[in-house]
Design a protein around this ligand. Sequence first.
Ligand SMILES: *[C@@H]1O[C@H](CO)[C@@H](O)[C@H](O)[C@H]1NC(C)=O
Ligand SMILES: *[C@@H]1O[C@H](CO)[C@@H](O)[C@H](O)[C@H]1NC(C)=O
Ligand SMILES: *[C@@H]1O[C@H](CO)[C@@H](O)[C@H](O)[C@H]1NC(C)=O
Ligand SMILES: *[C@@H]1O[C@H](CO)[C@@H](O)[C@H](O)[C@H]1NC(C)=O
Ligand SMILES: *[C@@H]1O[C@H](CO)[C@@H](O)[C@H](O)[C@H]1NC(C)=O
Ligand SMILES: *[C@@H]1O[C@H](CO)[C@@H](O)[C@H](O)[C@H]1NC(C)=O
Ligand SMILES: *[C@@H]1O[C@H](CO)[C@@H](O)[C@H](O)[C@H]1NC(C)=O
Length: 469
Amino acid sequence: MKSLACISLVCAAVFWPSVVRCYGEPSRLPIKRHLHGHITPEQVMTFLYEPFDVPPGVNSIYVLQNYTDKSLGNSLDIGIFDVRGHRIADAQNGTSGWRGWSGGARSNFTITPAWATPGYNPGPIQPGTWYVTLDIELGYNPVHEYFSTDYASTSLDPFPNAYENETWLRGDFHLHSIYSDGHYLPEEQIMNAVHRDLDFMFFTEHNTYSGNDVYGTWSSLAPDLLIGRGIEVTTRHGHWQALGVDRGQMIEWRYDPGDNPGLLDAMHQVRRGGGLVSINHPFQLCSRCNWGFNDYDHNDALEVWNGQWDPTDELAVQKWQELLVSGKQTTGIGGSDAHSFPDVTALPTTVVRTRGKNQADILDAVKKGHAYLVRDPGMSLDFLVHVGNATAQMGDKIPSFYGNAKAILLTTGLKGLKACFVSEKGCFSNRTISSATMTQSFADVRFVRVEIRNATDAMVGLTNPVYFV
Ligand SMILES: *[C@@H]1O[C@H](CO)[C@@H](O)[C@H](O)[C@H]1NC(C)=O
Ligand SMILES: *[C@@H]1O[C@H](CO)[C@@H](O)[C@H](O)[C@H]1NC(C)=O
Ligand SMILES: *[C@@H]1O[C@H](CO)[C@@H](O)[C@H](O)[C@H]1NC(C)=O
Ligand SMILES: *[C@@H]1O[C@H](CO)[C@@H](O)[C@H](O)[C@H]1NC(C)=O
Ligand SMILES: *[C@@H]1O[C@H](CO)[C@@H](O)[C@H](O)[C@H]1NC(C)=O
Ligand SMILES: *[C@@H]1O[C@H](CO)[C@@H](O)[C@H](O)[C@H]1NC(C)=O
Ligand SMILES: *[C@@H]1O[C@H](CO)[C@@H](O)[C@H](O)[C@H]1NC(C)=O
């Protein structure tokens, strides 16, 4: 039986002296193990699994890592795998021995039956051979209680199909807390969401579901706010969003382009549980944050606007436009990626049209393209197209037409800004929003959508397209 700590690092070779401690029966002293080694340049960006023995009776594991030349940009990510092992999850078997991950955000962590450092999963400590590269302390403290999960409800509807008509719900699909590399507490993020007038939020921690197991602890702070379950799958070749994961579901992140099992197996696991796949910030500049898989065929959505509008978002919108022109009906969504003060939660806000306030309906709305993005609370819009007797809404696919159609843009809080009507030919009309209702005639296009920008061309609002098929 074994459990594994897994490390990987960025940049040059490093030496890594570290500590592992485990605790068990109070009468016994902790066992300390000091492991050290050298990571060669060839091992950079790989995952290393080092074994260590956990004797029976041990009921806590403390791991402390240290490594050299941090100032040169070295970083050593940490995580741990339990007795189930560290096999790579594939499309058939979506499980592995994951027990937590903190990447480069922490130097040490503890796991006990009752609690664990955020990002790690508390629970029984199985004896056997564990693997780690770090200083470890194995302890024998008395156990008074065991961890129990506290899931936030993924539906706030009193009964299924509670609403006769669809309504617009405001939300954020990309949020972090101390459960990975953020400093916001979960309760702070929940209150941030309330202050930004949200109906729903998705916590999406990097490569860990330990937060999803317990966010219900704080849901009473905002009984009308739906807290969805997500994971930001943080690979060495870009990040993608697994939205709507199941209870206790983890999604694999340890693969390179072309690996089998690899990216497609992991995406399959998300969809199998009813979830949705979105590619995050495809052009973000931090190391290994941009999308390196060159695969835009297996995602439902693309994060075209990540946090404060910047040139990398401009590139994401250009990429999205390319995909739309090529015939892919990918939904554009937003995410604030808020981690820590002063990051602004729900900048941007994604607004979806749904039948109910529940995770399944919200994700279904995204899959259907029933969504738009705005920068701030107090801003909202609707976008409709009249062709003949038919009226289409964002995401709708209506028969192609000859002759004229009329688009209608309804806005609140966006007056004075420029609205660009965009088709496969690009922006074909660029007009100032001077009233709450604006109409635009057009003809012979395959899709039409709207970008609303301020005087210095930063995005303030963005619709999904109406498609003519
Ligand atoms: C890590 O190693 C450095 C250099 O070897 C040392 O100065 C530092 O105190 C160590 N930190 C810990 C937490 O052991
Ligand atoms: C699935 O993976 C788990 C964890 O690695 C392992 O224990 C189990 O045997 C695997 N099941 C199959 C059918 O391969
Ligand atoms: C262990 O981690 C905590 C929080 O992440 C940090 O405050 C503390 O200094 C770390 N301990 C050591 C010995 O590095
Ligand atoms: C639902 O929409 C229909 C048609 O627009 C309208 O007549 C009805 O009053 C709406 N129901 C509710 C509960 O708003
Ligand atoms: C549009 O509406 C008119 C009048 O209501 C009707 O005569 C016509 O058949 C409709 N056209 C289509 C294509 O449904
Ligand atoms: C729309 O007009 C504004 C100025 O009025 C300009 O800054 C912007 O670049 C134009 N956008 C497009 C896509 O032409
Ligand atoms: C447009 O928005 C950007 C980013 O939100 C902001 O930095 C800029 O000052 C705004 N420009 C104007 C003219 O308001």
